[in-house]
Design a protein around this ligand. Structure first.
Ligand SMILES: CC[C@@H](C(=O)O)C(=O)SCCNC(=O)CCNC(=O)[C@H](O)C(C)(C)COP(=O)(O)OP(=O)(O)OC[C@H]1O[C@@H](n2cnc3c(N)ncnc32)[C@H](O)[C@@H]1OP(=O)(O)O
Ligand SMILES: [Co+2]
Length: 139
């Protein structure tokens, strides 16, 4: 498997609007997307661009959201996951499977429109890790 660049850092928040204000007014971010709902993933999302990566703000969408428990433990929100790009999602999945890493659920379509899956934080030193096929044809 070829590990690629960090695509984004996922940050869970109880209020995407408040987080947008903080990234804009405190951090000086100038390129901030428009929030949108991703019902299939149970989150509302907004991307904040930085020169070398993105912050992915995620707010729970519904009681079944996968970030509800995280926010119960971290009511202010916090760093939730790190996402690495790979050239070929199926090859990456086979690689992690072969290594015995716990893959959380099926491969699905992520916020960038490419396939993603997650690795259990307990198999990655406590970091919930998202693996995402690179946008564009980089196979
Ligand atoms: C925007 C769409 C998409 C994209 O395109 O980028 C996304 O990023 S969606 C992001 C949200 N989706 C997900 O997180 C899906 C994968 N997550 C899961 O399957 C679960 O959330 C989980 C990671 C298995 C956690 O399960 P959960 O039921 O929520 O909590 P538990 O209390 O059972 O957690 C077990 C264990 O793991 C620790 N934990 C939980 N979340 C994290 C985290 N984000 N980072 C590090 N550690 C985490 C939790 O503390 C528990 O540990 P112990 O207390 O020691 O047992
Ligand atoms: Co993500």
């Amino acid at each position: 498997m070829k590990l690629g660049r960090i695509n984004h850092v996922g940050v869970a928040t109880p209020s995407i609007d408040q987080s947008i204000a903080a990234y804009r007014d405190l951090m000086g971010a100038t390129v901030i997307g428009v929030p949108f709902d991703l019902p299939a993933q149970g989150v509302r999302v907004c991307f904040v661009d930085t020169p070398n990566t993105q912050i992915e703000l995620i707010e729970p969408l519904g009681a079944d959201s996968p970030i509800v428990k995280f926010l119960e433990k971290n009511p202010q929100g916090g760093q939730h996951h790190v996402c690495f790009e790979v050239p070929d999602i199926d090859a990456a999945r086979a690689w992690f499977d072969d290594k015995g890493a716990r893959i959380l659920g099926p491969t699905r379509t992520g916020a960038h429109g490419t396939p993603i899956f997650f690795l259990h934080p307990k198999d990655m030193g406590g970091v919930l890790t998202e693996i995402m096929e690179s946008p564009g044809d980089e196979h």
